[in-house]
Design a protein. Structure first.
Length: 184
């Protein structure tokens, strides 16, 4: 059974255990958080983290003033899972260039969604991504990359078929991710 409302401890499992104390502090600033859909699990090095599929909360009531830079990055990662696409994009823009090994699952997940403007942000930042962190993540989660690819194909087929496949930003991002995950 999926919990409808999530507390700070529930949200903190989206991060490695070493970050959980900071994640709990960061998530304690959230007002009531409603989970939408099933969460998903991925591997980060030798750990499994569970990330919410979608969150619904009033972001105007989040107070970041007392948080550290790290705790704000945690908030930004979680808000890439927000139910509003503009909110997801805003918070993606804040973390996409940050080089922490725990950020790739939040970015890669967004590549498999339908909002092309969000994919544009990822595509623009591909040169600045920490290639080693993304490589480690993608190699540890080949099924997650396969699922992301199936989503890109599906959304392209449903909403963007008028765009040539070679020109569609989702396929360009996938090509980059596949280049990182392929054996050398």
């Amino acid at each position: 059974m999926v919990k409808t409302y999530l507390g700070a401890n529930d949200l903190a499992i989206a991060f490695p255990p070493s970050l959980r104390p900071d994640a709990i502090v960061a998530c304690a600033t959230f007002p009531a958080v409603r989970a939408l859909g099933q969460s998903f699990s991925v591997r980060l090095r030798d750990q499994v983290i569970t990330i919410p599929r979608r969150l619904h909360l009033e972001t105007d009531f989040i107070h970041l003033e007392s948080l550290t830079v790290l705790q704000r990055e945690i908030v930004d990662c979680l808000l890439t899972r927000h139910s509003d696409g503009f909110t997801r994009q805003k918070h993606l823009e804040r973390i996409v260039g940050v080089n922490h090994g725990w950020i790739p699952p939040f970015v890669v997940q967004l590549a498999g969604e339908y909002v092309v403007q969000i994919m544009d942000v990822i595509y623009e930042h591909l040169p600045s991504l920490d290639k080693q962190s993304y490589k480690e993540f993608l190699c540890a989660n080949p099924g997650f990359l396969d699922l992301t690819e199936r989503r890109v194909i599906s959304y392209w087929d449903c909403y963007y078929r008028n765009v040539r496949r070679d020109d569609y930003v989702g396929f360009k991002i996938l090509e980059f991710f596949r280049s990182l995950s392929s054996p050398v």
